[in-house]
Design a protein around this ligand. Sequence first.
Ligand code: FAD
Length: 380
Amino acid sequence: MTFKASRAKAIDKLNNFVEKNLTEYSKLRNFDFGPDKRSNISCLSPYITHGVINELEVIDKSLKKFSFAKNEKFIQEVMWRVYWKGWLELRPNVWSDYLIELNKIKNEFKANQNYLDAIEGKTYIECFNQWVIELKENNYLHNHTRMWFASIWIFTLKLPWQLGAGFFMQHLYDGDAASNTLGWRWVAGVQTQGKHYLASEWNINKFTNNRFKNIKLNENAPPIFSDKTYSINKKDFLNPKILENKILLIFENNMTFEFSDFKEQKFKKILLVTNETNREIELSKKVIKFKANLLEDQKIRLKEKSINCETININDLKNITEEVYAFYPTVGENLNFIQNNQLKNIKFLYRKLDQFSWQYCNKGFFNFKNYIPKIIAKFN
Ligand SMILES: Cc1cc2nc3c(=O)[nH]c(=O)nc-3n(C[C@H](O)[C@H](O)[C@H](O)COP(=O)(O)OP(=O)(O)OC[C@H]3O[C@@H](n4cnc5c(N)ncnc54)[C@H](O)[C@@H]3O)c2cc1C
C-alpha cells in the first residue's frame, strides 16, 4: 500500500472510498485483512493528520452519499480525532509530561535487549514481528492492529507504553501527538484509569481471518497504574482581529490554505514551515520526506493561484521580528518549538471546527459523541 503525497491523491482516495466501500464500513472496519487489502477502511489518516483534507470535507462527502444515521459510525471515527485533539488542548501537560518520561525511559532502555528485539521485529510473536515490518515499510497500521500492537508491547513484552508511542510517531505517516499519545494511554489503562485494552488470541484470529499462528499472549495482565490526574487548563481559542497584509505561517501538520477558514484573507506572503530536526521524537527519513512532499504540493497549488509563498526552516522563525499569523499547529512538536523559543510575535489562527468542538472535550468521548450531530449541523 502506498500513500502518494498530494491533495489530488487524497481526494481520489476519499471519493473512491465513499463510492465503493463506505456502505460496508461499520460492518467491516475492525478487520485487518492485510496490507494489500485495505478497501474496508478509508486510509485517509495520513492526509487528515496533515490537514491536506479536513474532517468536515470528509464528513460532508459521506453525507452526500448516505444519511447521518447510516453514516454514524464513520462520522464518529472521524470525530475521534477532533475529540482527542481537543482533549489534549485542554490538558497540554499530558503531552509535556509524556515527553519528559519518554526521554528518561529512552535512556534507561537504550541497551535493553527486549526493546531492541521489539523494534527490530525479532520477538517470539509472529504477528507482532510482521506488524513491525509493515509499520516501517508502509508507515501505516490498521486501527485494530494498533490496539493489538500496543497491548502486546505493554502487557506481553512488558515494555513502557511511552517507548511504543515514540516508535509509532517515528514511523507513522499519520503520526499525531494527540491521537497517538492518547491512543497508547488508552490501551495502557492510564487514559481511563484502571481500564486497559487486552489483546487476545481469539480476537486477533477472528479479525485477521486467521492469518497468524501460535499467538501466545498475556491475556490477564492488570492495567498500568498511574495516579497522575490532570485538571483542565482553561484557555480561549480566540482568533485575533485579522488584519490584511500579514505574513502567514503554515506548519506541516495543519496545511491546505485554499480550503481553510482563512482562504479569503489577503496575506502578504505565506511561509511553509519545515521541521525535520527540532523534534523530541526523531522521525524516520520516509516520514520526513512524506511531510516535505505534502508541503511542496501545497506550494505548487499556491503558486498556481499566484499566491506569494516560500518554504522556510522552523529555525528561521527566530529571525522574524514582525507580528505574523500562523494556523494553530496544536499541542505537539511545532508548538513546543514556538513556546520554547518564546516566539511571542506569532499569533494563532484557530479553525472554526476546533473552536466550536473543543468546548465539549472536557469529559469522555461518550459525552462528546452526544454533541456530534450539533457540531455537524453547525458546519453543514
Ligand atoms: C495506539 C494507537 C495509536 C494511534 N496513533 C494514531 C496517530 O498517530 N495518528 C492518527 O491519525 N491516528 C492514530 N490512531 C487512530 C487510528 O488508528 C487511525 O486514525 C486509523 O487507523 C487511521 O486509518 P483510516 O484512515 O483507514 O481510518 P478509518 O477507519 O477509515 O477512519 C476514518 C478517519 O477517522 C479518524 N479516526 C479513526 N479512528 C480513530 C481513532 N481511534 N483516533 C483518532 N482518529 C481516528 C482518522 O482521521 C481516520 O482517517 C491510533 C490508534 C491507536 C489505538
